[in-house]
Design a protein around this ligand. Sequence first.
Ligand SMILES: Cc1ncc(COP(=O)(O)O)c(C=O)c1O
Length: 385
Amino acid sequence: MQLPSNSRPTWVDVSLPALVRNFELIRRHVGPGVTVCAVVKADAYGHGAAECARALQQAGATWFGVTSTDEGVRLREAAIEGGILLMTGFWRGEQEAVLRHRLTPAVWQQESLELLEGVAGKLSAQAKVHVKVDTGMSRLGVEHDKVAEFCKLLPKFKQVRIEGVFTHLASSEILDSETNAEQLARFDAALSEFRRQGINPPIVHAANSSAIAGLPQSHHNFVRPGISLYGYYLPFVSSTGRPSELRGLAVEPVLSWKTRITGLRQVASGAGVGYGSTYTARRPMTIAVLPVGYADGLNRQLSSMGRVLVRGEVAPIIGRVSMDVTLIDVSAIRSVGIGDEVVIIGRQGEHRLDAWEHATLAHTIPYETLCAISARVPRRYCSSD
Ligand SMILES: Cc1ncc(COP(=O)(O)O)c(C=O)c1O
């Protein structure tokens, strides 16, 4: 007998209407002259890139941001027609795939231009690129003080068209940060240099989610939201660390993570629970077994710290989260039974647990919590609320 590929009762529900509402909110916020490039890298932050991009394309999205050539190719295979920006460029050997799939790489090195020029000649095609400028992250991009030199190289690459110029902000959630002001000023200077050398890229961009909400001066004519599409923001703070009034746009979480109780057992006071017996029952308890563990992306830092929802009530995780199994205390929950749905992230009854709770316990950010939900967990797509 063949089992369905997702028969294990641990899954993610992705609300495509919520995703589209977030996209539309962002689009309204930036206004009609600004293109919203939906960042769907890292499998749409764990939500599933092909399905999310298709829903967004239907809602009118014309640009998508990914990190790598293979992510871009997978979007084309999923019938995504719009622009696909390879935000971290491409690796040597990938240039033919870049052109054949009409991907738009970020470039900042002469070598990338040479590789594209070579393959564009062979395919009688034109390579469109966005030049990335490093305005202060010390990571990727032409260093802001070497832009003039870089621009001088460009005219010799006849098959390469500079369609865009962009940068990335290191701390856009720190609204009054001097780094933002400095990065944006360096970016303006870089743009002036491009223009001075006769290069007028039609697309200019700098803003991620926080900058879209808090730094309108960074919008130019194209923005790159990632985390806000999926319903989260980093907290906005001032440079002294004080929380800001700004909460971001009213986006909603798109992903819920669920499982079911697959076992129940009564344990006596004094029983050790889970690996290392790091938790000891202090009274007779009812423990439920959940088929989810750190191999699914449930962070081990949630051991004896995290919470889930069962029958509309909060149940604590007890003992160590193991690779495939996690235990919860359901002693206080009436009528609990095998097969009950358990919410790990999401809403049940009056309660909601979001990725921030996991992230805080694991000393990380929702980006990582969401991306960490592993491929072993099937994603189910809901097209209505
Ligand atoms: C270049 C670039 N642009 C945009 C984004 C989206 O950022 P966010 O998820 O904070 O909106 C990222 C994400 O890391 C990025 O690397």
